[in-house]
Design a protein around this ligand. Structure first.
Ligand SMILES: [Zn+2]
Length: 194
């Protein structure tokens, strides 16, 4: 399975192209469950989100109408300001170093090659209903006082009303921990884990 980048937006920050190593099968995700990897190394902390489109914009079919395209662009723009998604304690003195935000879609070209000779729109519509995509966002920070990150808050749940839970994998030199975060308690306690 291959993937394409549907839209890639970046404001004021470096734009990256998603490399093949970073892709994974987007149809393996579970709707209502966003994944977040947090990795701490030295004074750097990195956040990598992979969230089903259903949780963000409420659909995963290929956006064709102006309304749907606008929803996706608005969502990407929302991800472009990480404070819409999560916040770090100000005394940790973390500065955003780089970020990338993208919508990853299944590349259906391979699947549809067989059908190219036929004009089977009905079949294609069925495929469209099964289509999956996900929002990908990665943020890297340099922190003046990384040990001050005793919790991370997630305005994500308030920002995206379709959001479900976030499954968080947290890794530092102290070891790894996992969290399940939901909107009723939108934070994780990382005290003693960095
Ligand atoms: Zn899906």
């Amino acid at each position: 399975m291959k993937y394409i980048i549907y839209i890639l937006l970046s404001f004021n920050l470096t734009t990256f192209i998603i490399s093949a190593e970073e892709t994974r099968q987007v149809d393996k995700h579970e709707h209502g469950v966003g994944e977040l990897n947090i990795a701490v190394e030295g004074s750097t902390i990195e956040f990598e989100f992979m969230i089903p489109g259903a949780d963000i914009v409420g659909f995963e079919y290929v956006a064709k109408s102006d309304d749907d395209i606008a929803k996706i662009n608005q969502a990407l723009k929302t991800f472009d300001d990480y404070t819409n998604i999560f916040t770090l304690p100000s005394n940790s003195l973390c500065e955003l170093d780089s970020q990338k935000v993208a919508l990853k879609e299944e590349d259906e070209h391979d699947d549809h090659d067989e059908h190219e000779d036929h004009d089977e729109h009905d079949d294609q519509d069925e495929h469209a209903e099964e289509n999956h995509n996900e929002f990908y966002a990665k943020y890297s920070f340099e922190c003046g006082n990384i040990n001050a990150i005793k919790e991370v808050n997630f305005p994500y749940f308030a920002t995206f009303t379709n959001s479900g839970e976030l499954e968080v994998q947290f890794i530092s030199n102290m070891g790894s921990t996992s969290f399940e975060v939901e909107g009723d308690e939108p934070s994780i306690n990382t005290d003693g884990k960095i």
